[in-house]
Design a protein around this ligand. Structure first.
Ligand code: AGP
Length: 625
């Protein structure tokens, strides 16, 4: 996700900003930029690509040793910087941050999503503002300028009243050389308190060279920094007091937000990732004249061609294929349309049967997986219209698909996919629900009911995460098991597949997933005292079947565990251990049952002495066959 830095003090700001951005590179980005306020006023330099592109671009502009100080560029003691993870608008120089207003005197860097940027852009355009970029962020700079009449803090407060969405902001104004403004709503922002200097950053690593004394901004708070002070205000403009925190992390730990590994950080980021993926696509009750919630998927335009579809084909690899399996069940469940989850490396060579009316959905976190792209190109060559679900704006998949639905998970650094998986599920559920409603298989009231259930998922995922110590203890008992099976039926089978992959790819344990009904067709021959069988049991109509399966493997001396609802005690006498999730419609449980399995895999990996972030033989994106 985007990285923000800001500095006001006595040092040259440019090197401080560039070093700070370097410390935030781990967050993933596709472009970078800085704005410095100095002798030549407000100067902005920004560029697509790696930070070194920016460093080279700025180096060419910095004052020469023998140069006249008046010619010095990017020479000043305050500024802001940004590494961009594209959401609205592809990676490009012009879409990079900082963004300025039409006067060029106000510069803004932003991390988050302004959900009503379209309406604000229209309103400002009607007042003569011309826009240069495709970003949502640019509206912020113009809006502040619109309200500016000499007091930058007052102008920022007025502008904030108009913004909807999530934002961490860094703001400087050429007419106020003594203040830097920081604002937070949902996207993190930290204030570094120095001696004669103060800083802002999206994350602690960018501050540690200058200070370990920090303030954590809370939602809807504004920080007003000068060289010698930091004032805090709430959104009503009242002064508030905040407490300094001392950071005792080392730099490496700080990049992971205090977590030991990126994978654990990303598992814990799932509630926010799910919120960010869902919220822009739900029209709340009361909007558009309806008293019920509805889905806004304009990005993949449900037009009349959808009505002609006779089948949904979902293609992917690895974890994304497991999301496709959930999608298959979801389309059949909600839209009553045949759906196939295709392994891309098989699909591309199988000479599949095409019907151009089919709906093709291609899922890929990276958007660069070779087999997945080959399947996309094959479908496209045969007249298919391609909808992509991906986490990377501007990725090859995003550029070659006809329509794109982004997961707003933020960059996924760990090789093992976690938050990308659950946000992919959120996307396929939304498409399947909307499709079901449009095909008349779901009533308006049913659609509202299911959307309301989806809106509870992020908090429910957070509730599951609070039990991580229980999972950790269980892993300490079982991490040496030589065989681990995950079994389930329907939606639980899809999550069993993903759980087995998680465990094998980072703990190197032999683990497999079976449709529970398949045990008697062979796999049960493997069950013995060295086996752990984890049964996912959330498909209520099949509880008795699952109970029988658990008894079958228990009779062969296998250890057993169950993941089920918090109010279900059907398996308490049968299973060796029970892990619980909050109630949600059976069809949505994958977004919750996968979390204990992710955590189990993570803890087993650590207990086995592996690096869960960089498992052997694996790459984050398999860009070759
Ligand atoms: C999942 O944890 C693995 N990293 C791997 O299976 C991955 O899901 C697969 O390579 C597909 O990657 P993609 O989503 O970027 O296409």
């Amino acid at each position: 996700m985007c990285g923000i830095v800001g500095y006001i003090g006595v040092r040259e700001a440019t090197p401080v900003l560039l070093k700070g951005l370097k410390k935030l590179e781990y967050r993933g980005y596709d472009s970078a930029g800085i704005a410095v306020l100095g002798g030549r006023g407000l100067e902005v330099c920004k560029t697509k690509g790696a930070l070194k592109n920016l460093e080279e671009k700025v180096a060419a502009l910095l004052p020469r040793a023998d140069g006249n100080p008046q010619e010095a560029r990017f020479s000043g003691t305050m500024g802001i910087g940004h590494t961009r993870w594209a959401t609205h608008g592809e990676p490009s120089d012009i879409n990079s941050h900082p963004h300025t207003d039409i006067s060029g005197k106000i510069a803004v860097v932003h991390n988050g999503i302004i959900e009503n940027h379209g309406k604000i852009k229209e309103w400002l355009s009607g007042r003569g503002v011309t826009f240069r970029s495709e970003t949502d962020t640019e509206v912020i700079a113009h809006l502040i300028n619109y309200y500016y009449s000499g007091d930058i803090l007052a102008a920022v407060r007025e502008a904030l009243k108009r913004l909807e969405g999530s934002y961490a902001l860094g703001i400087i104004c050429e007419n106020d050389r003594d203040h830097l403004i920081a604002v937070r709503k949902e996207s993190p922002l930290v204030i570094g308190r120095g001696q004669g200097e103060n800083l802002i950053a999206s994350d602690v690593p960018a501050l540690l060279e200058y200070t370990r004394e920090v303030y954590y901004l809370d939602d809807r708070e504004i920080a007003f920094l000068s060289r010698d002070s930091v004032e805090f205000y709430n959104e009503e403009g009242e002064r508030i007091h905040k407490t300094l925190s001392h950071i005792d992390w080392d730099a490496a730990a700080a990049e992971k937000g205090g977590y030991e590994h990126f994978m654990l950080k990303e598992i814990n980021e799932q509630p926010k990732a799910l919120t960010d993926t869902l919220r822009p696509r739900v029209i709340p009750a009361g909007n558009d004249g309806h008293s019920l919630r509805s889905v806004n998927l304009a990005e993949i335009g449900f037009d009349s061609s959808w009505a002609k579809a006779g089948r949904v084909v979902i293609c992917a690899c690895g974890t994304a294929w497991h999301a496709s399996m959930v999608g298959k069940y979801a389309f059949e469940h909600f839209a009553r349309i045949p759906a196939d989850a295709e392994i891309a490396s098989e699909y591309r060579y199988r000479n599949p049967i095409f019907d151009p009316h089919d709906i093709f959905i291609i899922i890929s976190q990276s958007g660069e997986t070779a087999d997945t792209l080959a399947a996309l190109r094959l479908a496209k060559k045969n007249g298919g219209r391609i909808i992509a679900i991906t986490n990377v704006v501007g990725s090859t998949l995003a550029r070659e698909a006809d329509l794109v639905m982004y997961t707003w998970a933020g960059p996924e650094i760990a090789v093992a996919s976690t938050k990308a998986f659950t946000t992919q599920l959120m996307c396929v559920y939304l498409i399947a629900l909307q499709f079901g409603y449009l095909r008349g298989k779901l009533s308006r009231e049913e659609l509202d009911f299911y959307i309301a259930a989806l809106e509870k998922i992020p908090a429910q995922a957070q509730a599951v995460l609070t039990n991580k110590e229980t999972i950790q203890r269980f892993a300490s008992l079982c991490f040496n098991k030589s065989k681990v099976f995950f079994i389930g039926r329907l939606f639980d089978y899809a999550v069993s597949l993903e759980s087995a992959l998680k465990l094998k790819e980072i703990s190197y344990t032999h683990s497999e997933a079976f449709a529970a009904g398949e045990l008697k067709h062979g796999p049960i021959a493997l069950a013995d005292e060295s086996t752990l069988v984890t049964a996912l049991c959330t498909q209520e109509a099949l509880f008795d079947k699952m109970d029988s399966n658990i008894k079958e493997v228990k009779a062969r001396k296998a250890s057993t565990a169950v993941i089920t609802y918090e109010d279900v005690h059907h398996f308490d006498q049968t299973a060796g251990a029970v892990f619980r999730i909050p109630r949600t419609p059976d069809c949505f449980t994958p977004m919750l049952t996968v979390i204990p399995c992710q955590l189990y895999a993570y803890y087993c990996s650590v207990l086995r002495g592996n690096d869960p972030d960089k498992p052997r033989n694996l790459a984050k994106s398999v860009t070759v066959e």
